[in-house]
Ligand binder design. Sequence first.
Ligand code: GLU
Length: 550
Amino acid sequence: MEKNERIELAELIFPNIKHDREYYEKMYPERNLPEGAMVTRFGPSPTGFVHMGSLLVAFIDAIYAKQSQGKFFLRIEDTDQKRSVENGIEGIFNDLKAFDIIPDESPLAGGEYGPYIQSERNEIYQTYVKDLIVQGYAYPCFMKEEEIASIREEQEINKTKLGIYGHYAVDRDLDLEEVKSRIAAGEEYVIRLKSPGNANNTVELVDCIKGKMKFPEHDMDTVLLKKDGTPTYHFAHAIDDHLMHTTHVIRGDEWVSSVPLHIQLFQILGFKQPEYAHIAPVTKKEEGTIRKLSKRKDPEAKVSYYEEVGLPIEAVKLYLATILNSNFEEWYLNNTDKKIEDFTFTFDKMAIGGTLFDLDKLNNISKTYFSRKSGEEVYEETLKYTEKFDQEYNKLLKDNKEDMIKFLSIEKDGDRPRKDIAKYSDVKEEFSYAIDSLFEKENFSKLDSEKTYDVELVRNYVNTKLNLDVTNDEWFQTVKEYALENGYAASPKDYKKDPEAFKGHVGDLCEAIRVMVTGRTKSPDLFSIMKVLGKDRINERINSFEKSQK
Ligand code: GLU
């Protein structure tokens, strides 16, 4: 087709598109940002929720934009209606918000580069396609589904490359008259790229994460606009990321294979290509095999999971940061007073292969997070959690505020603060001795020891020796004395030297006290716990232990 024919064809197909490219180029000028500022974007389909793998991407987007004084925007990619659900956008917002990921521009916040919903941008896409038709880089293709299916079958049998290219692209050189009559006859069509590429040539991409990659040049007549006039992902990506001035396209590495097409689109459209960073999927180890984290099989793939089980969002963010940059965790452990925002994230510390999503690791990081919170902070946050998820315990927490804060504050000072809580829901279990009514209810039922403990020995100790107004060291001194007086060695070492001579050692005595006072063989500092309880409550507990043994 000659140029004038192509102009006629473009008008015939898009009679209602009145603006030209220049109109949009002016409407969306370069962003006025400092040198080196990154413009990132998150482009989910409106499926109603964000998968953890995607959340990781959004998290990175937001961080990079922020630390470079750039912009991060949310663009709803609803070109595939099958993936849209009612209120799907709201769900995305809620999930992002739960992680404090607030885009600078979005369908909700607005912005100068909107609309931020692809289905509202059809006129823009069509304007650019119209121009590509005029340039000879796009054409209407009338091929029927069956035709395409049979080509595919043939290609599969012949083991040739799949797709519409070369002689398979039967409509790429139709003459104007034929196109006009087929359109007039009401035949349906898509608009395809008239690819100028040759697969014998090589194109290169230097990916921010994966480094240099080489591909055969794209030579497929890929669909740009579907029958209903809406764009494919590829075309929308090129147009939107150009007009919205994205500097870094951070996305899942399932898109790597589309890179040659995207490079070609940016070239023929005359756009500057953004940087790409392709992220490996978030995976999970299961019975020795590694697979993608799945929203069907893995509850932790959903953002809502974390709130429900009581993992603090801050802790999950710390974990995401750990996955994101391999040097983050060490930095965080060494910098007790720092926040995620204080760390500089870089692409070169991002994993090239799959990223294992490891809940145990997340729990460990969360324990570190909790260890840095004061007793009062843990109390307040647990109160909030239980308000929603455990109202009965919430009431008990409120009724026992003072004690609870004291218990939660034990072993918080010093270089190695206590690391026993990973989730708000752990508080009830870990501090089961803290609230009398709960303690009575459980009544030593969870005691993880089969041993017998000498009630009289402990009772006598409490009544004759225990002084709660001394230091921890002084206290321990009295325990040792008492141990010796009653036939126990003052240290495990002494005991080992001559086991026959003793009933046990001071550790056994402490264990007996601990078991009767807390119902557990392990607990934070015993003397601190006893101080909060006071003698009366300690005696009550010894009595109920005695009863429970009968
Ligand atoms: N809508 C695309 C997806 O959900 C976005 C990919 C991209 O960020 O470019 O996979």
